[in-house]
Design a protein around this ligand. Structure first.
Ligand code: ADP
Ligand code: MG
Length: 282
């Protein structure tokens, strides 16, 4: 049995199962959201945006002229993707992500509103899966935001970068204090509104968990993961430095001792990973 958060309903037909937020049911169903593959086929002949590691489409909805939606198709990672890249055993994954994303939104964590999750039965217990969120407009991910920002004067850049990193650490702390452990906390899952940079969003709740409270070690490994992404992106030309990692940790913990313990752990994990990154560039 699929569990959906309050305010969502499940619609089943032959092969598709859709969990959709009630107020969006009509416009999304009429737009054909129960068969999302169609959008990916159409994409080839249109100029809709395609971002991210897997296919993420930005789509307009006739009945909601003010709103654009993002449709993400789940793709497999690892070596198995060379055999089959979009068929999953079971269909829990998008519904779990919808559940946690909706809980985060309901608890005022700044994130995209999750509108629907869809699974399409292919054969036996095998499915294709999709997630639909409301597009956060005028946003860039944190690495791209900093890259654009770095084109301005260097003093202004370092001030603004500091502001945005401090604000990100506060947003992550508040997320943790509300019991959310993000499974892929990295710079690309932080979006910044380019017009109002105080508006920072955490996205991509795939495999994340939500519980009463997080232990200090869970928080610590989550933010170390975030700082590791800074290190990795620095090597790809994103203007962040070791000082920025330190700033993030100090600002997160508001306790120099805890920050320096994590900084030390970070250095150890970075040393190990640097070699791996060198071997598998990207
Ligand atoms: N609701 C959204 N609004 C704006 N941009 C989004 C939204 N969802 C995804 N994106 C963009 O697509 C990228 C990939 O989406 P994400 O959900 O992080 O999937 P993945 O990391 O698996 O590719 C994000 O980094 C972001 O740039
Ligand atoms: Mg992501």
């Amino acid at each position: 049995m699929l569990k959906v958060p309050p305010g969502y309903i499940i619609i089943n037909d032959n092969t598709s199962t859709v969990a959709v937020k009630k107020e969006y049911e009509r416009p999304l169903m009429r737009h054909g959201i129960s068969q999302p593959e169609r959008f990916f086929k159409d994409y080839i002949s249109t100029s809709e945006t395609l971002k991210g590691r897997g296919p993420v489409l930005s789509v307009s909805i006739e009945e909601m002229p003010e709103t654009r939606i993002m449709i993400r198709k789940y793709l497999r990672g690892g070596l198995v993707r060379f055999v089959n890249n979009d068929i999953f055993l079971g269909n829990q994954r998008p519904f779990n992500e919808l559940y946690i994303g909706a809980e985060a939104y309901a608890r005022n964590i700044p994130t995209a509103e999750t509108l629907a999750a869809v699974s399409i039965k292919k054969a036996g217990p095998f499915y294709k899966c999709y997630l639909i969120t409301k597009e956060l407009t005028s946003c860039s991910d944190l690495p791209q935001y900093l890259k654009k920002l770095s084109k301005i004067s260097s003093i202004e850049f370092s001030e603004k970068k500091k502001e945005v990193l401090v604000k990100t650490s506060e947003t992550v702390r508040s997320m943790h204090n509300k019991g959310f452990l993000h499974a892929d906390l990295n710079m690309k899952n932080i979006l910044i509104n380019s017009l109002i940079p105080e508006n920072i969003f955490i996205i991509d709740w795939d495999k994340s968990i939500f519980k009463n409270s997080l232990s200090e070690s869970e928080k610590s490994s989550n933010i170390i993961r975030f700082c590791r992404s800074m290190e990795k992106l620095q090597q790809q030309g994103i203007p962040v430095t070791e000082k920025d990692q330190e700033l993030f940790l100090v600002s997160y913990w508001k306790n120099p001792k805890k920050a320096s313990v994590d900084l030390e752990k970070l250095k150890q994990t970075v040393l190990k990973r640097k070699l791996i990154w060198k071997v598998f560039k990207n």
